[in-house]
Write a new protein. Sequence first.
Length: 370
Amino acid sequence: MGLDLPLFFVGVIALSVLLYVVLDGFDLGVGILFPFARNAQDRDVMMNTVAPVWDGNETWLVLGGNVLLAAFPLAFAVLMPALYLPILIMLVALILRGVAFEFRFRARVRGRALWTAMFSLGSLLTAFAQGLILGGFIQGVEVVDGRFAGEPFDWLTPYTLLVAVGVVAGYALLGACWIVLKTEDELHGDARRWAWISGGAVMAFLGAVSLATVLVHPRVASRWGLPGFLADNEAAGPDGPLATAAEAAGELAAAPDRAVDLTQFLPLLAIPALGLAGFALLAWGLRRKAHRSPFFGAMLIFLSGYIGLAVSFTPFIAPYGLTYQEAAAAPNTLSFMLVVVSVLMPLILGYTAWVYFVFRGKVRPDAGYH
């Protein structure tokens, strides 16, 4: 039995996106937290914690996007017009953030204040745009005859805005935990406080998004063993009236046996259990004033959410109208890509691991960029 190449490249994209979210997520989080730093020196230290790695972290976004284009061109052609504006905002914000990163260390007093604000704004906009992209992806894309058939602003709904704010909170949590890992003294203490606040916000938004998702997206609800009356909500759509979700929640409480397929639901409880373990590790580490465990706890939380998304959408690559088998490129194209990816992936993983190893340890105020 040969290698299932379309499934293999789905795995490559999934791994690339996961590594991007976790690795670039914490340096975006550092930028989001910039306005809350006590002074310019603390902001310098915060920036120096990500200086050696921030641009390398974005390699995974480039890799994932290029593999999507080459291995699943039909999915790329559907998703790009469906999510064009938030993707454009994300790319412009990433450029703004990169320029601000370099210029801030070379600017004088007035210029430094400007580039400090631009760095924070670019980080915030990038995170928010990625949340809109994720929300638009979850709520689905209208596909007819292999083409995007929706409207340009289908991605802009109350649901996607909820997801976007949740992503900003999640990146702030990763950033705070990274600062806990990499700093000392007052900034270290401030980062612990930020981690408590953002951790509470992430728990609230994760619960709200999870509930909203299964209540207004019948296909996702069915995948999690929650069919029954939830299928009646399909016509409401992701931007339907809130009363629909409230009514569904009331029915769920009144007749859980009608709505839950335990044989399907119980095995999947391991996924939210992993997230709860991440929250427990985060809280334990912050209480014990540990340096590493809060960051590992935050990563577990993100891993849990990511696995939950994978379970919810498989086998769709453009939910809910295009599977990865339907969108895959020709076999000879995938075979050629297999050779290229087999060389590139180990190289990227290797130099990423090496950079993090070389720049391990605490960053102190006397450390400098360049």
